[in-house]
Design a protein around this ligand. Sequence first.
Ligand SMILES: [Zn+2]
Length: 314
Amino acid sequence: MLRGAMIVSELRDHGVRGVCPLCGSDRTGDPLRLDVFTNLRCADCGFRYVREVLPDDRLEAFYRAGYGNERMRLGQIVNAGVNLGLFRDLLGTAARGRLIDVGTGYGFFPDAARRTLGLEVAGVELSVAEATYARDRLGLAIAPSLDAVGPGERFDIVTAFEVIEHVPEPAAFAAALAAMVRPGGYLLLATDNFESPAARALGAGFPKWIPHQHVSCFAPASLRRLIAGLDGFEVVGERSYTPWELQARRLAIALSGGRIGRFEYRYGPALERDDSGTYRLPRLRRHANRLWARLTARRGLGGAMMYALARRAA
Ligand SMILES: [Zn+2]
């Protein structure tokens, strides 16, 4: 496992970036300090990105060897239920045929899509531990990288839930996903909204500021801009919701006048939580989070979690 201390020293060795990966501008403003990291906001297009990012090969090694634990496995079970609900809501009767889920983790989403909707499913996952679980325990076909998916392979639906924020070059990543969609097929991207009311209220305490992993931080305008840059695609559906945990934190901040519910980002403790933290109340969350998302999801991208469905011209 690539340890945090190694990451910091490598970041120092490899320098930093200061050019917007979405529009190419080098004009930045409104920097957010996150301990040893700085999150920059592009002054031209508003996209947020972390200045310090590992080079591609080291980042890939981090995800391949060091990603996956019991806390994440339980969290992914919960998220797969939420994601399936929003997937059904957005796709409706178009939820059929062949699906590939990129960054599938332990594979719970494609497994659920296969069982409940009868889809023919596959996945892509860098993490060896997670991919092995998805293959051996769930019987899924998992490719170890995007490059390992056959060059001519086309799918009716390509999904990537909470993946694109991990990718330093999101436009190239989105284009690679788009290339796997058959004409008339669909691309579904889900990611955090780093300019949502919840993110603004929580400031540096917004739990999705995870600067060594979440290096590309979208908001509604930047997510729409990304999709608009994909040849032949147009957005045909948008949903968003704010998890109840974040709403509760917002409420605590508002009621206490900011005295409770806010905290600063600390890299060391965050890494420790990555390794040894526990996922609380998984059974309750499995039902409560799915129900909450179903009851509170709205059209548009205003909430803390954004889902954008794009269709490729037939
Ligand atoms: Zn920009």
